[in-house]
Every structure is written in C-alpha cells, then in structure tokens.
Design a protein. Sequence first.
Length: 289
Amino acid sequence: MLSLLDALERDPRADAAIDALTRKVRSLPLGPARDALHGRWLGHPVHPLLVQVPVGSWLSAAVLDLLPGRSRGAGVLVGVGLAAAGPAALAGAVDWAELRREQTRVGLVHAVANTAAVGLYGASLLCRVTGRKGAGRAYGFLGLTAVGVGGMLGGHLAYRQASGANHAEEVPHVVSEGWHRVGAVADFPAGEPVRRSVDDVPVLVVRETGGAFHALADRCSHLAGPLSEGTVADGCVTCPWHGSVFRLSDGWNVRGPATAPQPAFDTRVVDGHVEISLRREDEADGPGE
C-alpha cells in the first residue's frame, strides 16, 4: 500500500488538471469566509471536523440497513450525509489548493473517491424514495466503500504527508531558554527580513525603521515556507509560498491559510548586538493585544 501511495505522489500525469483546479479554487470570491474555511478561527483545519457529519451519518445508515425495519431511518441519515458533504468538500478544497505538489496529487484522488461516494449515496437516496430499497442499500454500501478509500487517502495526507499540521510546533521544544546572540545591529538593514539560526532552528529577524527588533520562527506554520524570503509591510510578514500573513510583534496569524501562529521571540540589544529569547506561551500576547 505504501508503495502505491508513494507512486501516486510521484505521478505527474494529473498535474495539468491539478493546476487548473487550484486556480479555480483560489479564484472563488470567498472573502473572509476563506480563512473561516481554512479553520484559522479554530486553530487547525476545519475540514476534518466537518467530515465527521457525512461519514458518521453514512456509517450509521449502513448499520441501520443491516437491521430489519430500519430503512426509513437509514434513508434519513443518507440525506443528512449528503447535505453535510458540500460544506466539508468546500473546506477541503480551499485547503487542498494551498498544498505542495505531492500532496495535491494524493488529495485529488482523495477528492475523486469522495465525489464517487456522494454520487453513490445520491443514487442510494433516489432509489429509496422511489421504493427500490434493495438497490438503495446496495448503493449505500458501495458509497461507504468509496468513503473508506477516501478516508484512507485523507489519513495519508494528514499523517504521512503532514497536510494541515503545524510545522512550527517543535520550536518551543528545541530552542533552549535564555538569550541568544544573533548578530550585530549593523547586520540587520531596516525593514529587511534576515535569517539567523538558534539551536539549529531558523529564525526571522526584522529591524523596524525606528530601531525596534522583532523575531519569529522562520519556517511558516502552514507548510514550513521560509518567512525570511517573504515580504515585510505594515508590521507583518507574508509567507512567499502560500501568502499566510503573520504579525511581527507576536507571530499572530493575521491571514491564512496558516491556522497556527508563529513562535515569537523577545529581543534586546546588548553592546551593539541583537539577542533573542523564545517567548514562552505564558509570556505571549494574545491576538487582541
């Protein structure tokens, strides 16, 4: 199975279709709803939460289909799952459009499997309401099989490919406490992002025009993009890979697709040199401060 999935990650044949679909998803006029669909308000992707409703409904329908006299309840659950599939699919699509190439290849097959499941459950519901209960049950079990395939691929995306994971989570666990010297003041041109390293962890350091310094973990929490290669403006840095925006003063994720903030460092100048110290959670400012 792993060999098949690894081959899928390397297979470029669907790349043209992937590029066209990602452009369409990114062009959807979602406005602020895009960040909501990413799950920025939740602190992690909202798609896995939303899929619980259709998957749970369809699994429960399958259980009822195995019991005598429960076909009406099974039909209701099939309909509930179909109604909930749309929002879950939209949330998954906006996440998928901001992934790496290997992830989008697996994600496309994941989406195809789930689309097949929706089609099969639609046929199941149609058969049920027209009195063909046996066919409705058969389509339902086929739909559940497609859902299982889609779920397996979704698990591969989430756990093996780390799609949706916080790629800056390890920083507080590997950066030692205390102050770390990262360079002379003259090494940091005003308004320019500069990359430094502390305990082998890349760090973004920015000197404001007024002389204040800010430092954040350099690898974007979304997919580890190098923030030091991004754009600094209006007190924020924009990731060059997928456009996530982080506030320099505290690392807060102002705009997605990142759902987690960046670890932030306190800064000071000692004897003409810049020193930074990781800001622990109990010291960090909240999003409104």
